[in-house]
Design a protein around this ligand. Sequence first.
Ligand code: GLV
Ligand code: MG
Length: 280
Amino acid sequence: MRSLLCVPASQPKMVEKALTLDCDQIILDLEDSVTPADKVAARAYLKDFLSKVESKKKISLRVNELSSTFAKADIDLICGFNPQPLSSVILPKIHSLEDVKSWAAKLPANMQLEVQIESAMGLINAPQIASHPQVISLAFGPADFMASAGMPSSNPGTPWAEAANALQWPLMQVVIAAHAHAKTAYDGPYFQITDDAGLSSSARTARALGVDGKWVIHPNQIALVNEAFTPSPAEIAHAKEIIDAFKASSGATNLDGLMIDEASKKVAERLLERVAQIHN
Ligand code: GLV
Ligand code: MG
């Protein structure tokens, strides 16, 4: 997955349009992008939409926090489907492994769970959260995380210039926790939807940190995020050269002044695995 498009379930036209776009996954949102007054109608729409939808895309549903008054109806909606149309359920504001276990007990057996890490406590517990067998990915939620950590900002998800790179550390923690358990790591959305340069930079930074893909909140963000998370032809060619040079050597070699060893071969192989996944 490179781009995961989060669409409010209260906006049927946007949901229908999402099916035609180049995002790799659609997240139907019942949480923060849907006002409390709109949640009942959004669920009623999803009940109909999901019982008919046919799409090759991965379709997931983001529920409301388990402690909220909305969660019970979200659970009933998901449990009411047969067959189950959802690829996964996105769990926001997960703070502990206990939170995941509580959700897992209420959702259909073996439902794949994709967890948002977006609080100080969630970050501290991210390694345990990632260890749950039904959890397939962790996604960093920059806006809620900043609120939880007490970071001031007039733009959600973007710290003051004085701490411009401050979110790289928690994002990297999420990558480490997810990858330690062979799970996928995602970055959350970039909220300034007309700032293409800022979006590309945010997506490239995430990829540089080992992140596998990024949430998007507007159709115009999809192409830039897909591009940032797709290895370029030059990267692919270089990875192949490294592997060839390593294979032709007796353990370590020199490729145009670059020392190549087992570790560089692994990095190159991981890049080619990523390319294969994207084209699958
Ligand atoms: C996403 O949910 C965020 O809080 O950034
Ligand atoms: Mg959030």
